[in-house]
Design a protein around this ligand. Structure first.
Ligand SMILES: [Zn+2]
Length: 335
């Protein structure tokens, strides 16, 4: 009952409004601002303590990220200000405000919106405040550095909350949960951006495996075993007679099918369909997402014109590419 307010009673039935209605409006603040920059939002999930608008991507321009981050809390500011101006309602804003008390719906709605602004502007990821801090820092410093500093600030705040509880021997399970959540989310944001920075300016062709073996459509598991033992490659594309991609024989499937069906079993019945593929000029960060989403261990790289298989993208190869790049960058810095 604490999360909803009575609007009116009709024929003995209470009509109540849930606080998440404001969360929805808040999220639409972000969505509309992002849309202004041509970024779509496929869905919004409403949770009791807040919403998550899943934007296709966050704008990389600091000024745009700042606007998108601020437009959510701005909606709550507008709601609270409108109630204050239209109804002349004022209230003492205090963390112990009792939403369970009977009485003025608009007062509660106003206080609730002020709380939402305060909560969302905590300068830590994944709160809007964390994005605001990152955007402001990114106006002066490089984006990766700005993110790591903003993340460190959020983690520092979360730790302060935990230390405060320890020192004063007060225990708020909800507050501790939020602090923990913020600590983890800040770390995740920093490592995601570090990874993006590492793969930035790289294309699939820079990281793909080009020396690989394939299997013809009539191949048997015995042929697969021969290739598996001959080299370091673990997963083998199965091509049709025209050289088109049919599927992928993974090492795991090869071994388990061998035990079950014997070496004369056709590969075509065991292979994974692997419908996802990428192109040599695709951004590596984007291809990495596609590889993560695919249930095949290697992403086929197809020539966009001929459809011919020109490479394989594997997590192992991407890892090697990044190690080589890091080593070269270290050398050029030392020189
Ligand atoms: Zn927000």
């Amino acid at each position: 009952m604490k999360w909803s307010f009575r609007i009116f009673t009709f024929a003995g039935t209470e009509v109540r409004i849930h606080a998440t209605t404001c969360v929805l409006l808040h999220e639409f603040g972000h969505v509309l601002a992002a849309r202004g920059y041509g970024i779509r939002t496929p869905d919004i999930t409403l949770l009791p303590i807040g919403g998550v608008a899943r934007l296709e991507r966050m704008p990389r321009k600091p000024s745009q990220e700042l606007v998108v981050a601020i437009c959510g809390p701005l909606v709550n500011v507008i709601i609270a200000a409108a109630i204050y101006l239209v109804f002349g309602i004022s209230a003492v804003i205090d963390p112990g405000y009792d939403f369970g008390k009977t009485g003025n719906f608009f007062e509660k709605l106003m206080v609730w919106n002020v709380f939402m602004v305060a909560f969302n502007m905590i300068p830590a990821f994944p709160m809007d405040g964390g994005r605001v801090v990152r955007a402001l820092l990114a106006m002066v410093f490089e984006y990766g550095k700005a993110t790591r500093w903003a993340a460190a600030l959020g983690q520092g705040l979360a730790m302060l909350v935990a230390i405060y509880m320890l020192l004063t021997a007060t225990f708020h399970p909800m507050l501790l949960l939020i602090a923990f959540f913020i600590f983890m989310a800040a770390g995740q944001e920093a490592s995601a951006v570090t990874q993006q920075e590492a793969t930035r300016d790289l294309r699939v062709r820079d990281a793909m495996l080009t020396d690989f073996r394939t299997l013809p459509p009539q191949a048997t598991l015995r042929d697969g075993v021969t290739l598996l033992l001959a080299g370091a490659q673990q997963d083998f594309p199965v091509l049709d007679l025209q050289g088109g991609m049919q599927g992928m024989l993974t090492r795991r499937d090869l071994i388990s099918a061998l035990a079950e069906n014997g070496p004369d079993h056709p590969v075509i019945e065991v292979m994974q369909p692997c419908p996802e593929h990428t192109g040599p000029d695709v951004d590596l960060t984007q291809a990495l997402d596609a590889l993560g989403a695919s249930n095949c261990p290697a992403l086929p790289v197809l020539d966009p014109l001929s459809g011919e298989l020109v490479g394989l993208l594997t997590a192992e190869n991407i890892g090697e590419t990044l190690m080589v790049r890091a080593a070269l960058m270290k050398m050029s810095r030392a020189a």
